[in-house]
Design a protein around this ligand. Structure first.
Ligand code: ATP
Ligand code: MG
Length: 226
């Protein structure tokens, strides 16, 4: 069944300001945009332009000074922290530049974790997802015994194993060499397409950004094109 097309993400008047030695620093200034379900969008901009801060707010990992983020019809900052954590567990996947796997868990256990936290059957789906990213022979390896590309494929498997409605990726190839990064990106887009996820991808790489249906450009905390 085809889902009705609607906004997966609605951002309105989003501002993030922090106190600093000189008074107040504006990190994000009046950001507004929306993303349709199933769409892919790249967020680009120079280092320090506010990309990671924006992604953290979209995922409800940080709170804004002003403005709103609505994910899948739910206004994020009308929820308390527990409510946001529950929404994240059910509907969001993350891929980070630095992988962020748990070092004391094997590849399989890392991918099982989000399913276990949601009280779902974990071993079978986690194993199948690792097979899908080409790691059938590495299920019982700990992160420190995997290559960078393998670790990022484990984190892709972990991000997609719950078939999340939304996937956020922050410089997912930033720690990888070009060829390995390209392979990880092929997998990311293939999983995105096959699962009908909405994808928000932060990247410095213009070639990668061009693979997304839309690009947002941040400059000094402001959106300069969308
Ligand atoms: N908690 C904070 N307190 C003070 N300044 C902050 C805080 N968080 C972020 N900043 C500043 O806000 C700006 C935006 O940071 P952010 O991490 O969002 O940039 P970015 O676009 O992701 O950069 P990069 O491409 O280097 O990852 C930076 O100048 C950073 O120093
Ligand atoms: Mg960043």
């Amino acid at each position: 069944m085809k889902a009705a097309v609607g906004s997966a993400i609605e951002v309105r008047g989003l501002c993030k300001r922090v106190a600093d030695a000189l008074g107040e620093l504006t990190i994000l200034d009046n950001i507004a945009f929306s993303v349709e379900q199933g769409q892919s969008i790249a967020i680009t901009g120079a280092s320090g332009s506010g990309k990671s801060t924006l992604l953290g707010l979209l995922a409800g990992l940080d709170t804004p000074t002003e403005g709103s983020v609505t994910l899948l019809g739910q206004s994020l900052f009308d929820l308390d922290e527990d409510g946001r954590a529950a929404l994240r567990a059910k509907s969001l996947g993350f891929v980070f530049q630095s992988f962020q796997l748990l070092p004391n868990l094997t590849a399989l256990e890392n991918v099982m974790l989000p399913l276990e936290l949601s009280g779902l059957e974990a071993a079978g789906p986690a194993k199948r997802m690792l097979e899908q990213v080409g790691l059938a022979q590495r299920l019982h390896h700990y992160p420190s015994t995997l290559s960078g590309g393998e670790q990022q494929r484990v984190s892709l498997a972990r991000a997609f194993v719950q078939k999340p409605a939304l996937l956020f990726a922050d410089e997912p190839t930033g720690s990888l060499d070009e060829a390995t990064g390209a392979r990880v990106i092929e997998m990311l887009f293939s999983l995105y397409q096959s699962l009908g996820t909405t994808l928000v991808l932060v990247t410095h790489d213009p070639v990668l950004a061009a693979r997304c249906a839309r690009q947002l450009v941040l400059q000094g905390g402001r959106l300069v094109s969308s």
